[in-house]
Design a binder for this molecule. Structure first.
Ligand code: RIB
Ligand code: CA
Length: 307
């Protein structure tokens, strides 16, 4: 069993990542911490609870975290995720609201399970950046951090989605990202280089397949994906790919490089610059540059179609 903590900003694709995570028997979901990003933290926190309760996993705790970036104004993405952050699909609840205390939960969980916790971070890295500032030992105690974030220009798909250089999660809080990328924590980076590869997008045909499946998970997925299918004709499942990278890394091709996060106040804000380590050294981050898309899609559809 892998002990996993999800740090996220649900968000439609975060919700799909959560659906995948609760469907993997080898994944022990210790809890979810939420952050402002796709929408405000009040909504991302409630959304995590709504998803968990909808699929009968209300026992998983959700802890609300940072309401905005460390040193920037919050930029949200309701135009992509809907005003409620879950595609305005009328998902009920939650019965049990989220709790406060994301930073305390992160810190205590990591310290109680030294070198065993994999953090899958699929939103801006504000919670992790603050937690690492509050306790400098934490990075050395995590097993791994799998980050959905960055655009590394290592594949034809590796350009930014907020600026040509920057990906949303890193752009939103570049200072927090800099703290995490420069920490000693082992990093796996799932960037736009693989997540916007057309072979792993949910197109209208795949959407129709999912909509015809039975079961609560497929029903929820179909409801919340409708918002993006209607507006964009496809869904980019960025965050579910990060869960897959954490649990089945062999599905990905990765390169070991170092990464510099730019915190300028110009078009380079939030850029993630990969660079080769010194001769003979090892890159500190594993960056995903390719994906076995058939294998990923088979896993995703199999898990979403479960009762
Ligand atoms: O750039 C894509 C990322 O930003 C995804 O995690 C999406 O949910 C948003 O948080
Ligand atoms: Ca996200």
């Amino acid at each position: 069993m892998s002990k996993v903590l999800l740090d996220m900003d649900p968000g439609i694709d975060d919700a799909l990542a959560l659906l995948l995570a609760v469907s993997l028997p080898e994944l022990e979901l210790l809890g979810v911490t939420t952050v402002a990003g796709n929408t405000v933290v009040e909504k991302t926190s409630v959304n995590a609870r709504r998803v968990l309760e909808y699929v009968g996993r209300g026992e998983v705790p959700v802890y609300a975290g940072a309401s905005g970036p460390m040193a920037r104004l919050l930029t949200t993405a309701e135009h992509v995720h809907g005003q409620d952050g879950l595609g305005e699909a009328g998902i009920p609840g939650p019965i049990d609201p989220p709790q406060a205390g994301a930073l305390q939960f992160l810190s205590e969980t990591i310290k109680k399970n030294p070198h065993e916790v994999t953090i899958v971070a699929t939103g801006p890295l504000t919670n992790l950046g603050l937690a690492f500032l509050l306790n400098h030992r934490l990075p050395s105690l995590v097993k791994e951090i799998v980050i959905m974030g960055g655009a590394y220009h290592l594949t034809p798909y590796g350009r930014g989605n907020i600026t040509p250089l920057s990906e949303f999660n890193i752009y939103t809080d570049p200072e927090a990202a800099k703290i995490v990328f420069e920490s000693t924590a082992p990093l796996t980076c799932v960037g736009l280089d693989v997540t916007t590869n057309p072979s792993v997008k949910i197109d209208s045909q795949r959407y129709r397949e999912i909509s015809r499946l039975g079961g609560r998970k497929a029903e929820l997925a179909s409801k919340i994906m409708k918002y993006q299918i209607e507006r964009f004709g496809e869904i980019e499942v960025h965050d579910a790919l990060a869960v897959a990278a954490a649990m089945q890394p062999a599905m990905f091709q990765m390169v070991e490089m170092n990464v510099q996060v730019l915190t300028n106040n110009d078009a380079s804000r939030g850029a993630t610059i990969p660079f080769k380590p010194k001769e003979g050294g090892r890159g500190r981050a594993r960056i995903c540059i390719d994906i076995n898309s058939e294998e990923f899609m088979r896993l995703f559809l199999e898990k979403v179609s479960e009762a």
